[in-house]
Ligand binder design. Structure first.
Ligand code: ADP
Ligand code: ZN
Length: 805
């Protein structure tokens, strides 16, 4: 009987069959070093693979059980703590992903960037391939992420034929920058003696020795010492040879915020509403209980001030804060505000950082050098041990959900971590997701509301303009009389305007230009999508299809047609209307180059332009005090989304873009052009009335059996051949139908709205059900089968999808 602990290891072999911990023996000499959360190299099958130790167990195993041994450890200390290891188990189940994929996702890229594959020729291979692909050699080492598709195909063919072996190669070179440094001796007696012996005139040596005596045992970089003492490398080498100090290296941390100049700010005295929210949250923090809060408050109502002051208090209790924001590159102001309170003890994690910078920030966090971490989605895995508070700002934002594997939602992960640490979690928004607002209604989240703007700024007045009137006079324009007048005013008074062209998703739907009618399907009450190839309108939930109408069923006009316009066309018309206006256009074309968005926005901020024309990317986070007019050219496109979120997204977008007007002292005005002036999403947004919108939208969701009344899961399949996906999905649909109760609603299979993408056909099935966990086993089984699907068929399962597009 052995008494050593065994290691439970998740191996880097992402298949369904291997998605479980394997038990390995720990060699005696490793017993002291091996810890959960470390990566190791282990034998698996005939090769060596990387694996994460997730636990050590002392369970006694019989002598007859032969275990394989860990070959070597790849980390000096654990890269994941026990909380994250535990979280990975929950997330794998929740997102239908392999546990190994989750563990990899939690790590900063720098720790996995050098993962390589060794491809070794073991059979007969044509000399041409050996020359061209293998450079005439017998093996090849490639970065796993960089293998070309063409080569991948070739390799998988060769592998099937048994002609090559593919071996993952472990290398763990991370991009820490090292700097030469010196560690001082801490033997005071010895140094004192040395001091007696050096000659009086050896001034440099006295200087060094005195400095060492004042900093016994410390480590200083070469650069620091040279700057401080003005000494030569030779003197340092001399000191080293006398054993006063020893040469070493230190890691140089690159701080991505170091060049952001921020003046410290003081907390602002809170108003009554803010104070109430603040106290409730602190109460939970003091009692050390898990409590989610929904903090609902219009833009400018002082939510951020509440976050910062709670974080400050939590910090005074010796704890740290995790602060999630939707996308940092759009919210540099937020980073600035956090830094103005927490200074150098702020860590920032976002997609704009290089792998090295990200890794540096990650390690500062791990070493406990920061009070607060601000970051986008993946920052939710920041290795903070001593969490006291989690904030999710703009909690309704869809970017919190990752659209690729693993499809986790950072908001849900935040709640999980809040429960783990017994701490408050603040979900903040001006326009909460219906799911969160409904949970607040049922007291699952504690509801906190800020009703007024905190400073002096007033909410802008919003005018809705019916474009049907405009188009009866000027059939081709994108600008109503009202909007033209308002723009002219601004140009005369040298004030700035922002114009938004709503291009969210789709323009391929049909709308009547006389009455605003959008054809909807009778089963799901969703806008149908235009298909020019078949000249039909289709519903992508249930597959309903009808021919394109030529006469509007509502008003009998014949001006029912597809709807859409582009930024370039609008820019041209704008320039014709106002030849003297300086216009900046912000869309995917003008912002493709890195940094170009920043540059354009800075120009606008510096008053180098009068009008900023852009897609919805301008709605977020921009803060220009001199903008007094915001125009929304077409509020309808997002209403035409074939998705049950259409009204919610429209409301959010209009609310957000309206918040861009009148942020300074001057009063702001918003003009919303629409063909649907009576639509509730547009009406409530114009009145800044979230609660009114919420009530009406809830009844719509109730009637349509949509979230938050039902949970949804999307099952999607793709293949290069349409009949292969169609057939498979029909089978899956039948299998699901046979294995679920009547209270589960199954829609489809049907082609997706964007049915063909990169030469692949996409089909989907939607499941709607009442009990969140009720389908877990079934979906698990489906996932298991799906992962074994062959011949290029790809199946994926998405829980609570953002959209069905
Ligand atoms: P939100 O996060 O809800 O958009 P902020 O916290 O950014 O709101 O506050 C909006 C503006 O009002 C900021 O300029 C902020 O400094 C200011 N502010 C916040 N709280 C107060 C307060 N209690 N008194 C005066 N001004 C405040
Ligand atoms: Zn339908």
């Amino acid at each position: 009987m052995k008494k050593n602990p065994y290691a439970q290891i998740i191996v880097d072999v992402p298949t369904m069959q291997t998605n479980q911990p394997y038990t390995y023996e720990i060699p005696d000499y490793m017993l002291d070093t091996v810890k959960p959360g470390m990566r190791v190299e282990v034998p698996f099958g005939h090769r060596h693979v990387m694996g994460f130790i997730i636990a050590l167990s002392n369970k006694e195993l019989g002598d007859e059980i032969q275990l394989k041994k860990i070959i070597k450890t790849l980390d000096i200390s654990p890269v994941l703590n026990s909380e994250l290891l535990q979280l990975s188990e929950y997330l794998a189940k929740e997102t239908f992903a392999f546990r190994i994929s989750i563990l990899q996702t939690m790590l900063p890229t720098a720790l996995k960037a050098n993962y390589q594959l060794k491809i070794k020729i073991v059979g007969e291979i044509s000399s041409e391939i050996q020359q061209v692909v293998f450079n005439g050699l017998n093996e090849l080492v490639l970065d796993a992420g960089n293998v070309q598709n063409k080569d991948m195909m070739l390799f998988s063919k060769l592998k099937r034929e048994g002609k090559i072996e593919v071996i993952p190669k472990i290398s763990n070179k991370s991009s820490v920058k090292k700097q030469l440094a010196y560690k001082f001796s801490n033997e005071k007696k010895f140094l004192d003696q040395e001091k007696q012996h050096i000659q009086k005139r050896a001034a440099k040596q006295h200087l060094i020795l005195d400095f060492i005596l004042a900093h016994l045992g410390e480590t200083w970089t070469k650069k620091e010492l040279q700057d401080m003492l003005a000494i030569s490398p030779a003197s340092l080498n001399d000191a080293a040879s006398k054993k006063w100090l020893t040469k070493t290296t230190v890691e140089l941390l690159r701080n991505p915020l170091s060049d952001m100049q921020v003046k410290p700010t003081e907390p602002i005295p809170l108003n009554i509403e803010q104070k109430l929210a603040y106290e409730q949250i602190l109460l939970a923090a003091e009692k050390q209980i898990y409590q989610p809060f929904l903090l609902e408050g219009i833009t400018g109502s002082g939510k951020t001030e509440v976050y910062l002051q709670v974080a400050q208090n939590v910090f005074e209790q010796g704890k740290t804060t995790l602060f999630l924001v939707p996308e940092i590159s759009l919210t540099p102001q937020m980073v600035r505000r956090v830094k103005s309170r927490f200074g150098g003890q702020t860590a920032v994690l976002h997609s704009g950082l290089s792998d090295g910078e990200r890794y540096d920030e990650w390690r500062r966090i791990e070493r406990g050098e920061v009070k607060i971490v601000v970051g986008a989605r993946s920052a939710v895995f920041a290795p903070l041990d001593n969490l006291g508070l989690i904030i999710v700002d703009e909690e309704h934002e869809t970017t919190y959900k990752q659209n690729d594997n693993p499809r986790y939602n950072a908001r849900d992960v935040a709640l999980w971590r809040g429960a783990y640490h017994h701490i408050p979690v603040i979900l903040g928004s001006a326009t909460p997701s219906l799911e969160s607002r409904a949970r607040a209604h049922r007291n699952i989240y504690q509801f906190l509301k800020l009703n007024k703007r905190a400073g002096d700024a007033k909410l802008p007045k919003v005018t809705i303009v019916d474009m049907k009137d405009t188009l009866s006079n000027y059939p081709e324009t994108d600008f109503s009389e009202q909007l033209r007048e308002a723009l002219k005013e601004r140009l005369i008074h040298r004030e700035q305007s922002v114009l938004m062209l709503n291009r969210r998703g789709f323009s391929s739907f049909v709308m009547c230009r006389d009455c605003g009618y959008v054809p909807r399907d009778p089963n799901c009450n969703l806008a149908m999508t235009l298909h020019m190839d078949t000249k039909t309108l289709k519903c992508h939930y249930c597959g309903y299809e009808e021919s394109i109408p030529h006469i509007c069923p509502n008003c009998h006009s014949n001006r029912i047609r597809y709807y859409g316009t582009g930024t370039e066309k609008v820019e041209k018309e704008l320039q014709t209307l106002f030849p003297e206006a300086r216009i900046i256009r912000l869309d995917q074309d003008t912002t493709r180059k890195k940094g170009s968005m920043d540059k354009l926005l800075t120009q606008f901020g510096d008053h180098k332009a009068d009008i900023l024309l852009g897609t919805q990317m301008i709605a977020k986070g921009l803060d220009f005090p001199d903008v007094t007019l915001v125009g929304v050219l077409n509020a309808d496109t997002s209403l035409g989304l074939p998705d049950f979120h259409a009204s919610e997204r429209t409301f959010q977008l209009l609310t957000q873009v309206s918040g861009r007007a009148g942020r300074g002292e001057k009063k702001g005005e918003v003009i919303v052009q629409t063909f649907n002036p009576a639509h509730y999403a547009i009406r409530y947004a114009s009145k800044h009335d979230y609660e009114g919108f919420y009530r009406q939208e809830m009844s719509v969701r109730h009637l349509g059996n949509y979230p938050p009344y039902y949970y949804t899961v999307q099952i999607q399949a793709s293949h290069t051949e349409e009949n292969v996906v169609a057939k498979q999905m029909t089978q899956i649909g039948r299998w699901l139908k046979n294995n679920t109760n009547d209270d589960v609603i199954l829609l489809g299979p049907s082609p997706k709205p964007i049915a063909k993408l990169r030469n692949k056909y996409f089909f989907q099935i939607i499941l709607k059900f009442k009990q969140r966990e009720s389908l877990d086993d079934l979906l698990e089984e489906l996932n298991f089968r799906a992962q074994k699907a062959k011949d290029g068929l790809q199946i994926m399962i998405d829980r609570d999808p953002n959209s069905f597009l």
